[in-house]
Ligand binder design. Structure first.
Ligand code: C5P
Length: 302
């Protein structure tokens, strides 16, 4: 084992993988390969999965734990898992698996799976960050972005996990306008996994123009006012494929003080915007008592 490896072998490394919310999502066109062109504003909540890495001599392996990880079982922790695919890319950047330690990755999944808040993409991005740090591979940001892009359209935005405008198929990132100093979000998932390719297939064929973004939103009301003029092009298709999405949207719309209600990504997770994070947390508390079968989270975003 190299000296470099010995230095890291006693440490445990960790990264959080935050939930990504598409505040609006316009399908603006379609590429020849079938991928859709998007314009979307993505923000990140503190709700997250957690990825731990304990270096060791044995071949790298992944364990899944947490509310949504344990039920998936070890079948989901093989080489097809996006975290393991990300690990293989960082190994390759280091010159091969033999050049870096193996060990144990533990993914504590607290975000619902296949739910439109980028859990799998955030896990993959966390693996790229975590293992390049632990193995001291340090690819430049362009190389890291390329790896992310190969892992999925939503992975690049999850590398930085802060508000950004997504274009292209999701990989073209630019700065988001300044977000309001005070604003809260409530996330709700009804527990039905939704297939992204199916939702894209089932959406109506309309294309929606790119949004005209301001420089900043001074308060939550102005953000919500702007968002009310935008849409999620995948929401109607998701309501058809997964009718409980409509129920969640209706329940969110009835919560006092909400400023806007919408679905994120290809669903099924929906969100409501509130004037501040304390109001969103209070709404989450009440809703989780009334609907214990739903996954509910409230707080701030960035
Ligand atoms: O890139 P990712 O693997 O996350 O995409 C999953 C699927 O979602 C793609 O295979 C494609 O069917 C659909 N998709 C799309 N346009 C995008 C992103 C995803 O059609 N911009």
């Amino acid at each position: 084992m190299s000296e470099k490896t010995e230095n890291v072998s006693s440490q445990i490394f960790s990264e959080s993988a935050r939930a990504k919310i598409n505040l609006y999502l316009h399908v603006t066109g379609k590429r020849a390969d079938g991928y859709h062109l998007l314009d979307s504003l993505a923000v990140f909540a503190e709700a997250c999965d957690e990825l731990l890495y304990e270096p060791g001599d044995e071949e790298l392996r992944l364990e899944l734990t947490g509310r949504f990880g344990a039920p998936l079982g070890q079948d989901a922790a093989g080489q097809n898992n996006l975290v393991m695919k990300a690990a293989a890319m960082v190994q390759a950047a280091a010159g091969g698996a033999a050049k870096v330690p193996g060990g144990r990755l533990v993914l504590r999944k607290e975000l619902p799976v296949a739910s439109g808040i980028g859990g799998g993409s955030a896990d993959a991005a966390a693996a790229l960050r975590l293992l390049s740090r632990a193995w001291q591979v340090e690819p430049d940001s362009e190389a890291l972005s390329l790896m992310a892009e190969k892992l999925g359209a939503d992975v690049p935005v999850c590398l930085d996990s802060r508000a950004a405008r997504m274009e292209g198929i999701g990989e073209k990132l630019s700065d988001a306008p300044a977000l309001p100093p005070s604003c809260g979000i409530l996330l709700v998932n009804c527990g039905v996994a939704v297939s992204t390719p199916e939702i894209f297939r089932r959406r109506d064929g309309h294309f929606v123009p790119r949004a005209d973004l301001p420089d900043a939103w001074p308060d939550a009301q102005s953000l919500a006012g702007f968002l009310s003029l935008q849409s999620n092009s995948l929401q109607d298709a998701a309501c058809l494929v997964c009718p409980p999405v409509r129920d969640v949207l209706n329940v969110l719309a009835d919560i006092p003080d909400n400023l806007l209600v919408r679905m994120s990504g290809s669903g099924a997770t929906c969100f409501a915007i509130f004037p501040d994070d304390a109001t969103a947390r209070q709404a989450a508390y009440s809703l989780s008592r009334n609907r214990p079968e739903w996954w509910v989270w409230g707080g701030g975003f960035c």
